[in-house]
Design a protein around this ligand. Structure first.
Ligand code: ZN
Length: 335
């Protein structure tokens, strides 16, 4: 049997890889702030020139990816999580725990904050909270993120929001290509225009909008969730230096052809891997998600390139990567 596109069904000559690579077919989301880079620079077939998000590895009901080729061709990731739990090391949880997406912001996203698991379970119908992190893929000159705020107390925060003192309240943080940022629940944040990131997050889309620059969408302002935002925003905010890992620092502490850990938190571990010729590693995690963000090459003799996203299932074993590629990988953090 051969799936055609990826030849993932080819027998492995080493005989050690009994499981197939699960290539994902992304789901695209259009938005007012989205751009055209997902089609122009990534080669995806996007629905419009305002495509803001590529949900690359997702089992969320609002964007459930299907497998592209192989034994599980056309199966939804959510189905596999339910019906073939051995692919994911029988990891616990009632839903696939992670969501990986590319976000292309042509203009500013709204200022927002996410709840943690406890608050979301109590107030959002049993949903998960949202911890997320961003690997910055590209920026236009002078690009900034909003991370955190300057209020000293909850009362001051409420006051500044009520009086619309956004310039005073919000922290603008300049960012560059290759920076990495962890956004814990309670952190006020926004991606601004000109920035493209690869986001790894908990499988949730619970977002509270704090401020939308007074913009109109279809003639009306988008709704804000101020009360819930005030409940969950962390005061005082964590220093941006503590959550932004700069590209230079990552480069200094990284080794080529190895998984280099960017973050380990309760929900996920994320690594950066830069292959230069040849890399070999063992898939020892419950499952390992990989997104090729630059270059092209081969994984165990199957050709891969920028824009491919796939999951190496549990027990995959030996992984051989050839070529010059940059890859962001992630898995859950087993407790
Ligand atoms: Zn967010």
């Amino acid at each position: 049997m051969n799936c055609g596109k990826h030849a993932c069904c080819m027998e492995d000559d080493s005989g050690s890889n009994s499981r197939e690579i699960l290539f994902m077919q992304p789901v695209f989301k259009q938005s007012v702030w989205g751009g055209s880079r997902l089609s122009e620079e990534w080669g995806y077939e996007t629905p419009s020139s305002h495509t803001g998000e590529c949900w690359a590895v997702s089992a969320h009901p609002h964007g459930d990816c299907i497998v592209d080729g192989g034994l599980f061709n056309k199966k939804h990731l959510s189905e596999l999580w339910k019906n073939a739990p051995e692919l994911f090391g029988n990891a616990h949880g009632d839903r696939f725990p992670l969501l990986v997406k590319i976000i292309d912001a042509e203009s500013d996203l709204s200022i927002q904050v996410h709840p943690d698991d406890k608050y979301a379970a109590e107030n959002e119908d049993g949903s998960l909270g949202k911890t997320e992190c961003w690997y910055v893929l590209d920026v236009s000159e002078g690009a900034e993120l909003i991370i955190g705020h300057n209020a000293g107390s909850r009362a001051e925060l409420a006051d500044m929001i009520k009086n619309g003192q956004w310039e005073k309240l919000l922290r603008h943080v300049p960012v560059g290509k290759g920076d990495f940022i962890q956004i814990n629940p309670g952190t006020v944040h926004a991606i601004k225009g000109g920035i493209e990131v690869l986001e790894t997050q908990q499988n949730s889309d619970i977002t509270y909008r704090v401020y939308d620059y007074g913009r109109l969408s279809d003639g009306a302002p988008r709704s804000l969730q101020l009360e819930k935002s005030l409940d969950v925003i962390t005061v005082p905010a964590v220093n941006a230096d503590e959550i932004v890992l700069r590209a230079e620092k990552i480069a200094k502490s990284s080794e080529k052809n190895k998984l280099n850990l960017l973050i380990s938190c309760d929900y996920y571990r994320v690594w950066r891997l830069e292959t230069d010729g040849y890399a070999e590693l063992e898939q020892v995690y419950p499952f390992l998600i990989m997104s090729v963000i630059d270059g092209e090459g081969f994984i165990n003799d199957i050709s891969i390139k920028k824009g491919d996203h796939f999951i190496l299932p549990n027990g995959f074993g030996n992984v051989r990567l050839k070529g010059r590629m940059k890859i962001i990988a992630s898995s859950i953090n087993e407790k």
